[in-house]
Write a protein of this length. Sequence first.
Length: 606
Amino acid sequence: MTNPYVINGPIQKFLQRHERCDLVRVLTCGSVDDGKSTLIGRLLLDASVLPKDTLAALEKDSKQYGTQDGALDPALLIDGLKAEREQKITIDVAHRFFSSEERTFIVADTPGHEQYTRNMVTAASNADMVIILLDARNGVLEQSRRHAFIASLLGIKHAIVAVNKMDLVDFSEDVFEEIKKDFLVFAERLQITDLHFVPLSALSGDNVMDPSTNMPWYKGGTLMHLLNTIHVVSDRNLIDFRFPVQYVSRPSPDYRAFSGTVASGSVRPGDEVLVLPSHKTTRVQSIDTFDGELSKASALSAVTLRLEDNIDISRGDMIVPVHNVPEQSRQFDAFLVWMDEESLQDDKEYIIKHTTKMTTARIRTVRYVMDVNTLRRGEAAPLTANDIGRCALTIAEPLPIDSYERNRITGSFVLIDPVSHQTSAAGMIVDRKTEEGLEGEESSARQTSDFPILWLTGNTGSGKSTLAQAAERHVNRSAPSWNAAARKLVVLDGDELRETISLDEDLSAEGRRKHNLRTARLAKLLQQKGFLVVVSVIAPFESLRKEIDAICKPQWIYVERSGITSEDRPYDVPSNPDFTVNTDTLNEQEGTQSFIDYMVDVLGND
């Protein structure tokens, strides 16, 4: 009699069939006792990938440790640690392999407890999709939200929300729809772009492999159908060729090449490439492997590149296309997941490992700590084990980086304690050009709250434009000593705006009001994109300035000059400006220097 739970037929044929399938890495997560291990065990059983001795061991363990009165307990296929079986919980990450006719899968079962957040992050870093399990009796819990946020933070774009234990709520459609509605409200604040829902019972197998007869109201695909059909290849970066050099291969005096794994993109013989950090250019002569030369190497291929020219290249260097070069930076922001029991020390120098390069780094500041249960930002504080926070780092030497969102390999790194050699943190580099979008607030990847809008107000002829232009020249001239975000200074001049975006507005009171408010919105948009904005627009009335405050909250710089107010140019003197430049008592040079000193003080100088 054929056993449906074990491999049937020649093992060689089984292995050959699955060598041709695409590999998909799946993360499972959820709250404690939601049934993650049971679900993976059910997939292994129903996929018929168990050797006979494994099934025999499961039958024995189910009688000793199981929760099903001696019947097969699928969770025991996953929970292998003695402590896990005794406590009937998952503690460490367990990886299991199974396959279908279309794909092969590596599934990671992660612990649900909050103190094991770092374990989940380790598993999520390589996942293509995530299964978020919810208990139908409990709905969306804080732990469920935390896991969904971490999956989103780690760049997983595809999620299956599996509402488990439907048998315990009488397979109720109303219960399923209510849970789906609650999760969708929360998911609007995440960056998971492909979201699916499936009701199931992992223990009995309803909607796992085959459609459930107990839920005829559900018209979607089974869990296995979704795993087989969700398209994940397009998530991989196939454009930006990045080749971190791992090893210099020199088996003979006549052969010198560079070995490593293609992080992203692809390369062919003849491609013109550039080596970082030296910026030397050459061409790829050949792509060598143990099985011979290749005509093309793509992402995740382990290859050896021979180059046409003899260039000094060492481990830790990176080979990239001439016309697609990553940013090289010593300073950037990153989300850190703290993994060490010893908390972050801001005066400590850590070892940073980025691709194949190792150097040292310091954490300049902790901008905020995320409350991963509510997605709200907490107070800046030293990170402790399992904390996730946004930090600003300074590196001893420039690193070739991409944002984590664009490239999960060149956009990630680990921090290592130089004394204990423990992994202190995993880091994900923040894109300098995009908004975070985590709270739906006016926030950006550049922490623009550090760079307030400076609005020069004063009547016509007071000298606003002169100050703004001088500030722009100063920042450009002093760029090397300024914080990188402050170097991108934009001056919004009233006359220029009148000739462009406000060309349709007249000089009536209402026309002037619309012009000022339009300028405020533009200033806010530029601030969110990471620019330092200086506005030189009159904003003549106190009531108008209050409207502007509601839009962009600028710092008001009052440029004071007597004798220029008249009936046709009314102007309300600001009641409480943030700073005043009196051009009656200061000459042009002194007034300019006064404003620049204030700007430097407000924005800070590295």
